[in-house]
Write a protein of this length. Structure first.
Length: 332
């Protein structure tokens, strides 16, 4: 039990809790849900706050429910097992707002911002709430924890680049500029969110079909490549061609979804062509991996890109939370 740690990634719309062995980063059991920070905060506002329940207590009660689920699945009593929480739980709508860390940000996690809570009778788990990082014009919560873990894993394998842009695709893709063991700057690209908005609520929704978005057939792949090529043109104009593609019968609705994806991913990645002095590290989860890998190849960025396997990215989040938990124990 002494090596156990509960690692919680609590995003705006998604919750994931994992029981891990901190000695070897081994995953023992996990639970996931759609009970993200936003829905829990709204529930607290609607019910908990009116009943006089403190926000922190309301979030702890939700955590207890999820910890009990993990304990049941693992058939292990988890009282006194500490928990590290990253993501949006440290935001203004989370369990408790924790100030952002600032740049430059050390890759060993020594400059991370967190809040420590002792175990109590009602919540028998030591807890750390990990905050994010801010620059002069950008913020992130959660990706920096993955970056810390990935940096440590690559370093232990002897293949961590000294200078690179780490690309973390997602709803809000992050491009992180790392040099000599420090995060110097980062950029947020709203690639995934814009795709979801265009495909679900805009005038383009009737022109695309995302139901078979994992089908990289020859026709769908060609549409994706066409979208990458079209990203050379002004994006706001090219977005409307998604509609005309369908109106004129140029592409099917399914192909059009791949075209839209290529258009947006191309708009995100093409500026990297002008940053030839930087090595690139693609850090993509399994869902987006084939899209970004294909884009890297088609944009002739492969020769200066290291592609991290999706499984290692998953392990990196665990490694980062373990490192940060161990660091805070040295400070408390």
């Amino acid at each position: 039990m002494s090596n156990y740690l509960l690692c919680c990634d609590w995003g705006t719309s998604f919750f994931r809790l994992r029981l891990v062995n901190s000695a070897d980063y081994r995953l023992i059991e996990e639970v996931t849900s759609q009970q993200g920070i936003a829905s829990i905060f709204n529930a607290w506002k609607a019910n908990g706050e009116r009943a006089g329940v403190a926000r922190e207590q309301f979030f702890r009660e939700e955590l207890i429910k999820q910890i009990e689920l993990v304990a049941h699945k693992a058939a292990i009593k988890l009282d006194q097992v500490p928990i590290a929480v990253s993501g949006m739980a440290s935001s203004s709508i989370g369990m408790d707002e924790v100030p952002y860390a600032t740049l430059p940000f050390a890759m060993d996690g020594s400059r991370a911002s967190f809040r420590h809570f002792d175990a109590s009778e009602s919540f028998p788990h030591e807890l750390i709430l990990i905050s994010g990082v801010k620059s002069e014009e950008d913020v992130m919560r959660g990706e920096e924890t993955q970056l810390i873990g990935l940096s440590a894993l690559l370093d232990s394998a002897g293949n961590r680049p000294d200078e690179a842009i780490y690309i973390f695709p997602g709803t809000h893709s992050k491009h992180m500029y790392v040099q000599a063991g420090q995060l110097l700057n980062f950029e947020t690209h709203m690639t995934g969110e814009v795709f979801n908005l265009m495909a679900s609520t805009s005038i383009l929704r009737d022109s695309v079909d995302v139901s078979a978005f994992s089908d990289f057939s020859t026709e769908n792949l060609s549409a994706f490549k066409l979208g990458l090529k079209e990203a050379n043109f002004p994006l706001l104009n090219r977005l409307f061609t998604v509609r005309t593609n369908q109106l004129f019968g140029n592409l099917t609705r399914q192909q059009n979804a791949f075209f839209l994806s290529g258009l947006l991913i191309g708009a995100e990645l093409k500026p990297l062509l002008e940053k030839a002095q930087w090595h690139l590290v693609l850090c993509s989860g399994s869902n987006l991996f084939p899209f970004y890998q294909q884009a890297i190849e088609d944009l002739d960025l492969s020769n200066r890109t290291t592609i991290i396997p999706a499984g290692l990215i998953d392990k990196a989040a665990i490694a980062g939370q373990i490192i940060l938990f161990q660091n805070q124990n040295l400070k408390v």
